[in-house]
Design a protein around this ligand. Structure first.
Ligand code: FES
Length: 494
């Protein structure tokens, strides 16, 4: 019997990005049917994968952890009850498979006996010999037998992580440890609707179409009779015992995210350069900020405010990161640099803006950040890493001086940790105005590596962020170089 795997599970098993498998399917190199891949087809395309140990799985997990820098996910096992239920489910399937194997073994024995009878008759002797020979060859080749390494690894994955599929979007993600379905969805970059995230408002309620859940967080929301009958659950409070299929609305774009006002606390203030601060805010557990990676928010502190790109992704859950430029004379900047301190309350309003990732695209991604345009680009990159959909990611950070590239270690860490990530700093030297022939020449020369390293611009998605003049000039240049307008998104930062 064919061993079918979802694309997400198949990618996990062979340790590649989901986007890499989708590219192979698109190119006809890997056969799939209805979003599933056969195990032996997977092994045909990835024959070099070592399935007899879990070092590759661990390697991929480590890569993800390192890629996210300080935010190392806690890789804990689910609680005993969930583990027992998953092992029980696998045991049930094993018993079922054993029954089937026994049935086919008996059938084979009876077939052999019938062949013997046929061979005893004069007329059937030759045919019986040929059939016997054919059967022997087929059995020797072990046609259709899933290698034990693959089956074992698949079972192991199913015990430590449940797979969740969202309908109607067909998004899939894995849930590890004792995470709630909401937490796992956010980590995987699936923007499902929620409100309080503490079991009270009911905004995260969704219909469980198949699979078993278990409540692991307190919850007070009371379901109606109709909701109970339709198997509704609170995704912020339950985890997945088995693989799940859930009907849950996923935000398709910025318009689907409501405007919110929250009060967050300053968690950390780091200074990667003299003129920039990485400001980390922590939202309260009961009112997190919903946003899409790449969007902005207004920060109010003291009596001053500024709209800044959010430099983290929703997968960071309660953490919101902003990059604040030192601008002497600017009231907001002066207040943040001189008076704000860890533990202070800060009002955050938003989200704002349309500079978000095209989640439906499986094309490779090229990001171009100009100076502090790195902030929204960082959020987009982290979101893209969570989605695991792009086959390759290339980041160019362009700046007038090397000092303007204020988080080079973060970029190098991505490049070191991820096989499919490249980072290229582009340092231009002195200022060249914002228009005119010399400026145009300067811009073209600086961005020339983008063109040379990606002659296939039509097959890529481009994201550009920076001060308006630079970002818009880059847009014009990329269009001139052949990037389709629908594959180019530009975000302006102050
Ligand atoms: S988000 Fe409010 S109950 Fe789940």
């Amino acid at each position: 019997m064919a061993h079918l795997l979802s694309i997400s599970r198949a990618a996990r098993l062979v340790g590649v990005a989901r986007g890499a498998l989708q590219t192979k399917i698109k190119a006809g190199e890997l056969q799939s049917f209805d979003g599933m891949v056969e195990a032996d087809e997977l092994l045909r395309v990835y024959p070099g994968v070592h399935l007899d140990d879990d070092s590759e799985l661990e390697r991929v997990a480590r890569i993800k952890d390192r890629a996210f820098g300080k935010r190392v996910f806690e890789r804990s096992l689910p609680d005993k009850e969930v583990l027992a239920a998953r092992i029980h489910e696998i045991g049930r399937e094993l018993a079922e498979s054993k029954g089937q194997v026994k049935f086919y073994q008996d059938l084979l024995d009876r077939f052999g006996a019938r062949l013997g009878e046929l061979g005893a008759s004069e007329g059937g002797k030759i045919m019986a010999e040929q059939l016997k020979e054919w059967l022997g060859q087929e059995l020797d080749q072990g046609v259709g037998v899933v290698p034990p390494g693959l089956a074992g690894r698949d079972s192991y994955l199913r015990v430590v992580a449940a797979q969740v599929k969202l309908l109607p979007s067909n998004r899939e993600f894995f849930l590890e440890g004792n995470d709630t379905v909401l937490e796992a969805a956010l980590r995987a970059g699936a923007p499902i609707g929620y409100g309080c995230s503490s079991g009270n408002c009911g905004q995260c309620r969704a219909k469980v179409v198949s699979g078993k859940i278990k409540y692991v967080r307190p919850h007070d929301y009371v379901f109606t009779e109709a909701e109970k009958n339709q198997n509704f659950a609170l995704l912020c409070s339950c985890t997945a015992v088995t693989d799940l299929v859930v009907e849950a609305v996923v935000a398709q774009g910025p318009a689907d995210i409501p405007f919110q006002q929250i009060t967050a606390k300053v968690k950390a203030m780091d200074y990667p350069g003299d003129d920039v601060m990485v400001l980390q805010l922590l939202a309260p557990r009961s009112s997190r900020m919903r946003f899409m990676a790449g969007q902005s928010a207004v920060i109010r502190t003291g009596s001053f405010s500024a709209e800044l790109p959010i430099a983290s992704c929703p997968c960071e859950e309660r953490l919101l990161q902003f990059h604040v430029r030192r601008m002497p004379g600017n009231h907001f900047s002066d207040y943040v640099f001189n008076r704000l301190k860890v533990g202070d309350a800060v009002e955050v309003e938003g989200p704002k803006g349309e500079f978000v990732l095209d989640d439906d695209s499986a094309r490779s991604l090229v990001f171009i950040a100009w100076g502090s345009g790195f902030a929204p680009i960082k959020g987009l990159i982290e979101h893209a890493l969570s989605l695991d959909a792009a086959e390759n990611i290339h980041l160019y950070w362009a700046a007038k001086t090397a000092g303007d590239i204020y988080l080079p270690n973060q970029c190098r860490a991505w490049e070191d940790a991820l096989d499919n990530f490249r980072y290229t700093p582009l340092v231009a030297g002195g200022a060249h105005g914002t228009s005119g022939v010399h400026w145009d020449k300067w811009l073209r020369e600086l961005l020339q590596p983008v063109r040379q390293e990606h002659p296939d611009m039509k097959d890529l998605d481009f994201y550009v962020a920076g001060p308006e003049a630079l970002a818009e000039a880059t847009r014009s240049l990329l269009l001139e170089w052949g990037v389709p307008a629908g594959q180019l998104r530009v975000g302006n930062v102050a």
